[in-house]
Design a protein around this ligand. Structure first.
Ligand code: MTE
Ligand code: MO
Length: 384
């Protein structure tokens, strides 16, 4: 069994698939902590978890003139300054189950918790590329930075992905070769000993168990870059889809969801108030500036409070422009409408480019069920 050396996992996780292991935390736990504890951080593996000996680990940097660079874990820690970045990671398939409810899609049936927030620390990819010889000459032809993982399928094919070279080398891109998650060495499920953290960019490019970095004129040729993680029109089906016709997903669109109450929850009649909680985030470092909440299916709206990272009531000061990598948790307490038998609670977020979420799923439905970011809706019953 290629999965026999997979690590143990926290029993509270909701498992979508065991081999490979894919799981998400219960939504109400997500909004309990600004920084998601690693044990309940969502886990998305395509392949068995490789067990890597940190003493013999080697990271190869290729594609630049001068023969490339080989770095041990100690080199990475000692030769480059350590940076810390709090960044939210979201799988392109987060909330896929809502697309499945419209019409069947192919992929793991994620709920709303294929997203989590962690504090990552490591070397900057930019610094490592500069040390490997990246400069004005390479900038003339280099367009992408490719990553390869140590996890393999039965044919020996490894997981791979790439990002634009501008994101990789930009001082404000904050791309890390992370060796710590929440102040500890990376757990096996999250890429021990080293993973790429590409803030603001879809989970799939945040390659775990990193073995190789290649600067190149082309994108990664991996299946996950070329023939997966792309968006299509609702009319595109498996007979007509041409993966070459669409760009690989990089930055993600604006997103929000309600973590509390759960869909189908009961609220006792006579309660004075209802409290709604959730998360909001946008890709590309765009800051979420507002979350609107409706208790009547979207007819009327109230503005939610954006909480600070310590859970306090004051909003966090804004990060530098274009570098809002972490989600915002939000909350709204409102009087319970007195006549209602049922509430349809809805949320939608707005980022600082005034991007907003679409109101329904059908117009953004796509055959792979990615980029599912319609207004999130939960129904709660008022019971006697
Ligand atoms: N890296 C490797 N090597 N193998 C993988 O299967 N999955 C990707 C990405 N990096 C993956 C990977 C996908 S699709 C996502 S959403 C994130 O890792 C999930 O990261 P997490 O398990 O730390 O939450
Ligand atoms: Mo993903």
């Amino acid at each position: 069994d290629p999965y026999s050396s997979d690590p143990e996992r926290h029993p509270v996780l909701r498992v979508n698939s065991l081999k490979p292991f894919n799981a998400e935390p219960p939504p109400e736990l997500l909004s309990d902590s600004y920084v998601t504890p690693s044990a309940i951080f969502f886990k998305r593996n395509h392949l068995p978890v490789p067990r890597v000996d940190p003493a013999s680990y080697e990271l190869q940097v290729d594609g630049l003139p001068g023969g490339g660079l080989k770095l041990s874990l100690e080199d990475l820690k000692n030769r480059f300054p350590k940076y810390t970045v709090t960044a939210t990671l979201q799988c392109a398939g987060n909330r896929r189950s809502e697309m499945n409810a419209v019409k069947q899609v192919k992929g793991l049936n994620w709920g709303i918790s294929a997203i989590s927030n962690a504090t990552w620390a490591g070397a900057r990819l930019r610094d490592v590329l500069l040390a490997a010889g990246y400069g004005p000459d390479a900038a003339r032809w280099a367009r992408h930075v490719q990553f390869e993982g140590l996890d393999k399928d039965v044919t020996g094919t490894t997981y791979g992905a790439s990002i634009p070279v501008n994101k990789a080398t930009n001082e404000e891109g904050d791309v890390l070769l992370a060796y710590e998650m929440n102040g500890e060495p990376l757990p096996p499920d999250h890429g021990f000993p080293v993973r790429v953290v590409v803030p603001g960019t879809v989970g799939a490019r945040n390659v775990k168990w990193l073995s190789k970095i290649t600067v190149s004129a082309e994108e990664s040729s991996s299946h996950w870059q070329q023939n997966d993680y792309k968006g299509f029109s609702p009319t595109t089906d498996w007979d007509t889809v041409d993966f070459k016709s669409a760009p690989a997903i990089q930055e993600l669109p604006v997103q929000s969801a309600i973590t509390v109450p759960a869909d189908g929850a009961a609220v006792p009649r006579g309660s004075e108030e209802v409290t709604v909680k959730g998360y909001a985030w946008s890709g590309g470092g765009r800051e979420v500036v507002r979350v609107d909440v409706s208790l009547d299916g979207g007819k009327t709206w109230q503005v939610a409070e954006l909480r600070s990272s310590d859970g306090g009531q004051n909003a966090e000061p804004s990060p530098p422009p274009g570098r809002a990598w972490a989600w915002k948790l939000w909350e709204l307490t409102a009087p319970l409408p007195s006549e209602a038998r049922q509430l349809e609670i809805v949320c939608k977020a707005v980022d600082n480019s005034y991007n907003m979420q679409p109101d329904t799923v059908a117009p953004i439905w796509n055959l792979r069920g990615v980029l599912s970011n319609a207004w999130h809706r939960v129904k709660v019953n008022i019971v006697d």
